[in-house]
Write a protein that binds this ligand. Sequence first.
Ligand SMILES: Nc1ncnc2c1ncn2[C@@H]1O[C@H](COP(=O)(O)OP(=O)(O)OP(=O)(O)O)[C@@H](O)[C@H]1O
Ligand SMILES: [Mg+2]
Length: 438
Amino acid sequence: MRRWRPDRLAARFALLLTAALLAANLAALGLLALERDRLEGRARDEAVLARLLAVAPLMDGAADATRARLAEGLSRRGLRVRIDDRPAVAPDAGDRRTRRLRTRVEAALEGRALRLAPASARGGPAASLALSDPPGWLNATWRGGPPPRRGEAWPVVLLLALGLAATLAVGLAFVRQLTRPLGALAAAARAAGRGDRAVRVPEDGARELREAAAAFNDMQARIARADAERMRLVAALGHDLRTPITSLRIRAEMLEEAGGETGAEAAAMGDTLREMEVMADGLLAFARGEGEAEAPERIDLAPWLGRLAAARGAAVGDMAAVAAQARPVALGRAVGNLVDNALRYAGGATLRLDREGAEAVIAVEDDGPGIPPERLGEMTEPFRRGEASRGRDTGGAGLGLAIARAVAEAHGGALRLRNRAGGGLAAEIRLPAEADGA
Ligand SMILES: Nc1ncnc2c1ncn2[C@@H]1O[C@H](COP(=O)(O)OP(=O)(O)OP(=O)(O)O)[C@@H](O)[C@H]1O
Ligand SMILES: [Mg+2]
């Protein structure tokens, strides 16, 4: 139903303004035309009467032939004059317009009888003027409507177009002033939605815009504070749980040494407690990573990844030349977690770097067992682990992928997991890349 409405604010405004200006100007033009016709009609009526009144004295006392010749001389386009025995206009004919006309020519009548009739559907206005010696009537009718006009439309159209162009220019500049901060606000809100707590919008422009920007900035600050508070809580939890768990584990190990059925029970308990220890450590690491307020910087990804691969013992595959704005410590932890997983579950990792459109794609590939397709989605949730990591030697907290995903999303990117065609897992961190040559 609202299909016809343009999408952009500027276009809507231009349309509304054009419609309003056209309507107002057409109405004004119409009124002006009516007024002009009225004035012109009045002037013509007076001119005709003045001519009749000038000739009438010459007809008084003149012969029929002279009268006829004079009448013929008066007649012209749009004015018909005849000499008759009777008046063509009834005595009581007349309206406001004719009454006014009579008062304006009253002085020139000098007692001569004049009958006036207004323009009607049958024809233009008419007048009958009495003649004497012999008595007779000078009957005249003339055209009432305005004479046809030509070639007058273009100045009006030109003026209208100029007025419209000027108003639109001013109006669109105004709308631009309005939409530019709105666009910035939308972009900032999108970045905030992706988890960027550092983004702020400038608080300038008109009051309403300043207020919207201030409200957004305020919201960002509040969320950042709440985030930090939550992370402090998680860290405290991880830290405070660790001590009692460790003491329980040590006691379980002591019991284990006693052997027998109790010892076997205690060994199982010890395993569970070790697992809980790792989880508490993980909580701490998670909270520490998230809590850090690190400034993003421009990273030339290929050499940076090369150094990371060398430090972690990963192989290096194809590397495209791509740069991105990123927080190096956080991104290093994210990629490091992926490399650790590949080394732990597949025994080897290969790092690749690619550019796909506006995205930098950091891929960590391996030739291991991969992840069952139905579990690919859930593995990035915190504390999710596969069977492979249940064993004692490989056991982790199940936070590595969750951290990598959180970091990628905080950079405005994403973490993708997929099983490679030839077997093994490919874990990709996709980030907004800097424009080429930047
Ligand atoms: N490269 C991989 N190959 C096969 N399975 C993987 C791979 N990477 C992750 N997984 C599976 O995904 C699960 C979740 O990985 P994640 O890194 O989140 O946790 P984790 O490695 O178990 O523990 P943490 O990283 O916290 O020490 C792992 O337990 C493992 O089962
Ligand atoms: Mg891991």
